[in-house]
Design a protein around this ligand. Structure first.
Ligand code: HEC
Length: 139
């Protein structure tokens, strides 16, 4: 083997190692989902009263439960078909996020999480969904 072939092999191996490294990094790390400040800091204009929670509950059953599950554990009937792991909505990872952050993620969606701008066009309904998500918090 001449020196240049020897060198090429090393470069090839180095590229391979880096590629595998990056791939496993993106594969095993939960992708951070950044929310613009303008949304994260939005205050929820809809009071979490009986009416709002009822609306939220109905919308959850209709649009969200199939993936996220009845209590948001990520165990809906469609969950098995998804490649993206869903967080447990009862836990801090979701409950510690601001109302505005949850609102943003619901309207925008990402990859397998659909956008709900059209299916839930009324913003106050989306806020009611956020209010309902708060009731899923582990007691
Ligand atoms: C087709 C399946 C599916 C449906 C239906 C669905 N989701 Fe999701 N949702 C996902 C997936 C998958 C993720 C994770 C996305 C990611 O991290 O890239 C997610 C993430 C989220 C998040 C962000 C959670 C976090 O980890 O920060 C919120 C909030 C959310 N969904 C709310 C809802 C609401 C509310 C509805 C109904 C209006 C809904 N989803 C309907 C699949 C779904």
């Amino acid at each position: 083997m001449n020196t240049s072939a020897y060198f090429k092999n090393h470069v090839l191996i180095a590229v391979l190692v880096v590629t595998i490294g990056l791939y496993s990094f993106t594969f095993f790390q939960a992708k951070p989902w950044n929310v613009p400040d303008s949304f994260a800091k939005k205050t929820n204009p809809v009071k979490s009263d009986g009416e709002s929670l009822q609306t939220g509950k109905e919308l959850w059953a209709k649009h969200c439960q199939s993936c996220h599950g009845k209590k948001g554990a990520g165990d809906g009937t469609k969950a098995g078909e998804l490649e993206t792991e869903m967080a447990d909505f009862a836990k801090d990872v979701v409950q510690k996020q601001s109302d505005g952050s949850l609102f943003y993620k619901i309207i925008e969606g990402r990859d397998e999480m659909p956008t709900f701008k059209k299916k839930v066009p009324d913003e106050s309904d989306t806020w009611s969904l956020v209010n309902y998500i708060r009731t899923l918090k582990a007691k």
